[in-house]
Design a protein around this ligand. Structure first.
Ligand code: DC
Length: 223
């Protein structure tokens, strides 16, 4: 099976671009951030905050996260409920980052991700796909852009959805989340040694997609 690993910080356009790359290749797109978001939502629902002073392992035993593909689109289920919309709020983003630093949570989601890549050709995006989840993936890309560009894109997205946020809130949240994701002890966000860097600062969505497709095509040709 072929796997394309796309890692990078929040707001780099990973999900939009990965979905399009998958479409072009006819592969399945797996958004692993959605899995962490679903786990984060579970902990919010039991009343935990980002400190997570609660029984993490016990809660995970009582948690079911799965993804299903409806018309080729990934939907995420938490305890059999479709939470694909609910996991996209700024609060859910922070909870996702908090739970993702916990080793039992990462272990809980690891096998599911590997199984998907074992059974399907995938484009999988996240923070540790090329480094931990699929270290032997066919093509590895580290997708990034300046913090200002990333915050602007995320801000535009949220405003379009009708969320009531300021640019400063989005920017500050993003910088904080980047810091958490890069400095956690387990599976921190970092560029895999053999990853190709795609920096899309100042690029339009079309230019970013073009760059990614070029890297993927070259990677597949040279495998
Ligand atoms: O990609 P995203 O913004 O939806 O991810 C939400 C959070 O989940 C992110 O702050 C870090 C975490 N995450 C992770 O630790 N490992 C992954 N493979 C994907 C996401």
């Amino acid at each position: 099976m072929i796997s394309i690993a796309i890692d990078g910080p929040a707001g780099a356009g990973k999900s939009t671009l990965s979905r399009k790359v998958a479409e072009q290749l006819g592969y399945i797109y797996v958004d692993t951030g959605a899995l962490y978001r679903a786990v984060g939502l579970k902990f919010s629902r039991i009343g935990a905050d980002t400190e997570l002073n609660c029984d993490i392992e016990g809660t995970l035993k009582d948690t079911k996260v799965d993804i299903r593909f409806v018309d080729g689109e990934q939907r995420v289920f938490l305890d059999n409920e479709d939470v694909s919309g609910e996991i996209r709020t700024p609060v859910a983003s922070m909870m996702a980052s908090a739970v993702s630093a916990k080793p039992p949570v990462r272990a809980f989601l690891l096998e599911m991700q590997r199984l998907l890549a074992k059974e399907n050709n995938v484009v999988m995006d996240g923070r540790d796909i090329g480094t931990v989840v699929l270290p032997n993936s066919t093509v590895k890309i580290y997708l990034t852009a300046s913090a200002e560009d990333r915050a602007q894109r995320r801000y535009d997205e949220l405003v379009l959805k009708g969320e009531n946020v300021t640019f400063k809130e989005v920017y500050d949240d993003m910088v904080k989340r980047d810091y958490n994701d890069m400095h956690r002890a387990i599976a921190p966000l970092k560029q895999a040694q053999d990853a190709v860097v795609a920096d899309t600062t100042g690029f339009s969505p079309e230019q970013s997609l073009e760059l990614l497709l070029k890297i993927v095509r070259e990677g597949l040709e040279n495998r």
